[in-house]
Design a protein around this ligand. Structure first.
Ligand code: NCD
Length: 309
């Protein structure tokens, strides 16, 4: 397998690398369930989390992942960084890189931020924690590990992704992962929330949620990304959105008995997902969060050393 230098997106990974990271992640799940959650794997390594967008799960799980592997982890958020004083993103990143961290974990609202910075920071591993509507690779690795546990993997399976596809880096990264890992993606959205020419990815497109449900192994619900909407007329009202594109118990009952419900979080209860569905036994949403720590441990190990045999 080709060793990884950076993690920009699923686009740069092949199947062997994806499987390697999922399996390495799986080997870390148990560590987080022990009373003493610590391994020496990344002792002496420094990881900086640089977040220019809000985050609960991704930022915290990178921090916990690094700390459980004994790395020194530093968190910087846009609100407290010198970019607020007018410093450019590149100057901020080069300043941090001069402090010799092994990895920079970056979330930014602009697609391509990680690729851009990597050209200027040759000695630092760059990990994409979400760049605009482009990619979110660690979320997809997390989901695939969760699905390995929940339904034995995705080969030949159907994932139905519902909601704001056009602004979702999670949906886009899944479309790329599906091609590599042998699953099919159905996209369900109003026309206003679908990117142009999305069929190029080999996905089936539906505007009627009910028509897409039979045969789905995974119902993957997305948050409406209000912070990225450019108009307020992409859908008529929250009530109508929930009627047409929300997952409720009636729709869940129409899926096969084995089908599972996922959401990358944060959820808008009562909008894309009804509360009873989110809290039902079919929901794997909290498993996604748990596996997110394990997968980020795998990514940090693979990129900061200590992970290669
Ligand atoms: C997602 C993101 O930020 O792309 N959340 C996450 O990282 N778990 C999805 C979202 O914000 O809706």
């Amino acid at each position: 397998m080709t060793p990884l230098k950076h993690l920009f997106g699923i686009a740069e990974l092949d199947r062997a690398q994806i499987e390697y990271l999922i399996n390495l992640g799986d080997s870390f799940v148990e560590l987080s369930r022990r009373p003493i959650k610590k391994a020496p794997t990344l002792r002496g390594k420094t990881v900086i989390n640089l977040f220019f967008e809000n985050s609960t799960r991704t930022r915290t799980s990178f921090e916990i992942a690094g700390k459980r592997l004994s790395a020194d982890v530093i968190n910087i958020s846009a609100a407290t960084s010198a970019t607020k004083k007018g410093e450019t993103l590149l100057d901020t990143a080069q300043t941090l890189a001069a402090m010799q961290p092994h990895a920079l974990v970056i979330r930014h609202s602009i697609a391509g931020t990680c690729h851009f910075l990597a050209d200027y920071l040759p000695g630092t591993a760059i990990i994409n924690a979400g760049d605009g509507a482009h990619e979110h690779p660690t979320q997809i690795l997390t989901d695939l590990l969760t699905l390995q546990h929940a339904i034995g993997g995705m080969e030949g399976r159907v994932m139905t992704i519902v909601g704001d596809i056009s602004h979702s880096r999670v949906a886009r990264s899944h479309m790329l992962a599906a091609q590599r890992m042998g699953y099919r993606v159905r996209l369900v959205a109003p026309k206003t929330l679908l990117p142009a020419q999305v069929e190029r990815y080999g996905c089936e497109v539906f505007h009627d949620f009910d028509a897409a449900i039979p045969g789905s192994d995974v119902l993957y619900m997305l948050r409406v990304q209000t912070e990225r909407l450019t108009s307020n007329c992409d859908f008529p009202s929250v009530r109508e959105y929930h009627e047409a594109y929300g997952l409720n118990m009636r729709r869940l009952a129409a899926a096969g008995a084995e089908a599972v419900v996922m959401h990358p979080g944060p959820m808008n209860r009562g909008v894309e997902i009804a509360t009873d569905v989110a809290d039902s036994a079919r929901s794997r949403i909290l498993d996604q969060v748990e596996h997110g720590v394990a997968v980020r441990m795998a990514v940090l190990t693979a990129l900061c050393g200590g992970g290669e045999e």
